[in-house]
Design a binder for this molecule. Structure first.
Ligand SMILES: Nc1ncnc2c1ncn2[C@@H]1O[C@H](COP(=O)(O)OP(=O)(O)OP(=O)(O)O)[C@@H](O)[C@H]1O
Ligand SMILES: [Mg+2]
Length: 263
């Protein structure tokens, strides 16, 4: 099923993960298309982060299939999943300290470096050209996330919200097919969250698919093309934000309870 009319990029079927007697992810199915923003919501402990960890290869599934286009990726280690273009941002910003913002992006940009290491070591022109291309890509990416004026700033000078944007830029430098965001709006002011929402929309407009776990419905519902709802590991709904917001099971399991908890 498509939220954007794009091609199916990721196909998750029968995904399951147990921790001892606890079924953290229980027979979950969903699809994700090119350029689609798919929200994943559910109460605390519903299995959202575990689902991300299974997709990213940080955890191994007990059952099920995860196909990226036509290739099975379930069971691949995290670095191989990342090399195939599934990247994640972290709940806590992780900048490299003592560097400026641009250098921070260049340090993480392994996937784009195609010069052979010996060429770089010898300072050959081909390696220098690649360095220049990488720096240009990093500047373009900083401008894209709204940090264009901060390239030369020490990374410690960034606000928390700007640090989140830098994490987005870092993921983009890896030329991802899919970016996984786990509660990216947590801790942001409403202005910062709005800015981040704009960047996520821009990422999807580039054809990159986005999987977005988020508790803040004011952030998620206007952003997501489609939403999957998990409860106690199982998928209880899958549809447009408007459709899932009307489903009694969702209101009972999540929206109602969550609104009650927040009040
Ligand atoms: N490494 C682990 N070992 C044992 N149990 C775990 C582990 N990771 C998660 N769990 C359990 O699996 C269930 C699902 O956890 P998960 O972190 O996926 O939930 P979540 O939907 O991301 O919740 P939250 O909204 O609080 O982030 C929870 O009951 C959790 O305690
Ligand atoms: Mg979580």
């Amino acid at each position: 099923m498509s939220g954007t009319g794009g091609r199916t990029l990721l196909t998750v079927r029968g995904l399951a993960k147990r921790f001892g007697g606890l079924v953290a992810v229980d027979d979950v199915d969903f699809d994700l298309d090119d350029g689609e923003i798919l929200g994943i919501i559910g109460p605390n402990g519903a299995g959202k982060t575990t689902t991300f960890n299974l997709i990213a290869g940080a955890l191994r599934a007990d059952a099920g299939s995860i196909r990226l286009r036509d290739a099975e990726i379930a069971g691949l280690p995290a670095h191989k999943v990342a090399a195939r273009g599934i990247l994640r941002t972290f709940q806590h910003n992780r900048p490299f300290k003592g560097m400026n913002v641009l250098e921070n992006l260049l340090v993480g940009a392994h996937r784009r470096v195609r010069a052979r290491p010996w060429a770089a070591a010898l300072g050959l022109p081909s390696a220098r050209r690649e360095d220049a291309a990488l720096a240009a890509a990093a500047r373009e990416t900083l401008a894209f996330v709204g940090l264009g004026d901060h390239a030369a700033s020490d990374v410690s000078k960034l606000s928390f919200g700007q640090g989140r944007l830098l994490e987005c830029a870092r993921a983009l430098m890896g030329e991802p097919a899919i970016i996984l965001f786990d509660e990216p709006a947590a801790g942001l002011t409403s202005v910062e969250a709005e800015r981040l929402g704009g960047v996520i929309r821009g990422i999807a407009a580039r054809g990159i698919a986005v999987l977005l776990i988020e508790h803040d419905m004011r952030f998620l519902l206007p952003l997501a093309h489609r939403v999957v709802v998990l409860d106690r590991g199982a998928k209880i709904a899958d549809g447009t934000p408007a459709a899932i917001s009307r489903e009694p099971a969702v209101i009972e399991a999540y929206l109602g309870r969550h609104a009650g908890a927040a009040a």
